[in-house]
Design a protein around this ligand. Structure first.
Ligand SMILES: NC(=O)c1ccc[n+]([C@@H]2O[C@H](COP(=O)([O-])OP(=O)(O)OC[C@H]3O[C@@H](n4cnc5c(N)ncnc54)[C@H](OP(=O)(O)O)[C@@H]3O)[C@@H](O)[C@H]2O)c1
Length: 316
């Protein structure tokens, strides 16, 4: 177990157990974070405010698709709040193996929700633009009707339904995540560009790129409000996949990379994707939450972190 005081991590056991208790100068709430080793979960744990005592849960602590494991891990944390970031996130994987996606999304969320229901914990569930068809030229608000077009979207929507069974639930939909702690579209583009490859990138899929650390801070701010129901939260600014790829390579000093735009119909995938599932929020302002910054600013911070890593690797 690793204990985090505000000053940093202290390894107190040397064991390979991933359970992490982040002890704050805390007032108030104990917050269990599932999927704590995932891209978003890491950032949620790292950006916890002073009022939160975070118990970080990974698959090593519990396979959340198994009710007894989920119950034991979450209930023993005695959380006031559960931030449920764990999910089956491979979009193409869900098409190939729908049962794995159902277990990781619908069933795991049912199990997490059941513990919240029994203990009275508030549940924040992270969801996705993929619950929408993406066939409209207008943005989707919290009141828009979901209509997924692929198995990943179906299982995340089913998970939303499970989360709604908790009396105090908050479902936060986001899209196009990128961050230093995980794989993403931007990471793949930069890896290919650094390898000197020329790129073909879909030009007719649009959305809000969202930086995981910015989203994590937004989640904590939402938890400081009495928000319930559904909220859409992304970085500001809409672009196409092609524009995002061009911005990323330019930011990384790889602007010479040849990039050509292609229609999504030419992208080799068995999986239908929402082309225009732009999330818009009609609720954030009323909740007193400022919009997240523009994705281009966030991209600059992300690329700076990557460039430091690349430099360190070159020095090794
Ligand atoms: N990435 C995006 O572009 C995006 C966009 C919109 C919404 N979201 C949502 O944002 C949330 C976080 O996504 P992310 O990108 O951070 O995902 P991620 O990096 O794939 O992390 C998901 C985490 O969940 C864990 N997990 C999966 N199934 C589990 C199970 N049965 N029991 C315990 N742990 C399990 C995974 O562990 P293992 O590594 O061991 O499998 C992983 O650590 C998800 O709800 C996702 O649907 C993501």
């Amino acid at each position: 177990m690793t204990v985090l005081h505000r000053a940093g991590f202290v390894d107190i056991s040397g064991s390979n157990c991933y359970a992490v208790r982040v002890i704050m100068m805390a007032r108030e709430a104990t917050v269990a974070v599932t999927g704590a080793s995932g891209m978003l979960g890491q950032e949620v744990c790292a950006s916890a405010p002073g009022w939160a005592t975070v118990v970080a849960l990974t698959r090593a602590d519990a396979d959340l698709s198994l009710p007894e494991q989920a119950r034991r891990a979450i209930a023993s944390a005695r959380p006031d709040i559960v931030v449920h970031c764990a999910a089956y996130t491979s979009v193409d994987g869900a098409t190939a193996d729908p049962e794995a996606a159902r277990l990781g999304n619908e069933v795991a969320t049912r199990n997490v929700a059941a513990v919240c229901g029994d203990t009275g914990a508030r549940l924040l569930f992270v969801s996705t633009d993929y619950v929408f068809a993406g066939a409209s030229d207008r943005p989707y608000t919290e009141d828009s009707m979901p209509s997924p077009v692929n198995m990943y979207g179906f299982t995340k929507l089913a998970a939303e339904v499970e989360a709604m069974k908790v009396a105090r639930h908050l479902i936060v939909r986001t899209q196009w995540l990128f961050g230093a702690g995980g794989g993403s579209f931007v990471a793949s583009i930069l890896r290919a560009a650094r390898a000197g490859k020329s790129l073909r990138v879909v030009q007719d899929e649009i959305g809000h790129p969202t930086y995981a650390p910015d989203l994590a801070q937004g989640l904590w701010r939402l938890l400081e409000t009495p928000a319930e129901g559904i909220v859409h939260l992304t970085n500001t600014g809409v672009c196409s996949r092609l524009e995002l790829a061009q911005a990323a390579v330019a930011e990384a000093g790889l602007g010479d990379t040849p990039i050509s735009g292609i229609p999504s119909s030419e992208w080799p995938s068995e999986t239908a994707r929402p082309l225009c599932a732009v999330l818009e929020s009609t609720r954030l302002q009323r909740l007193g939450i400022a919009p997240l910054r523009h994705w281009r600013e966030a991209l600059r911070d992300y690329v700076a972190i990557l460039q430091e890593r690349w430099q360190e690797q070159a020095n090794d």
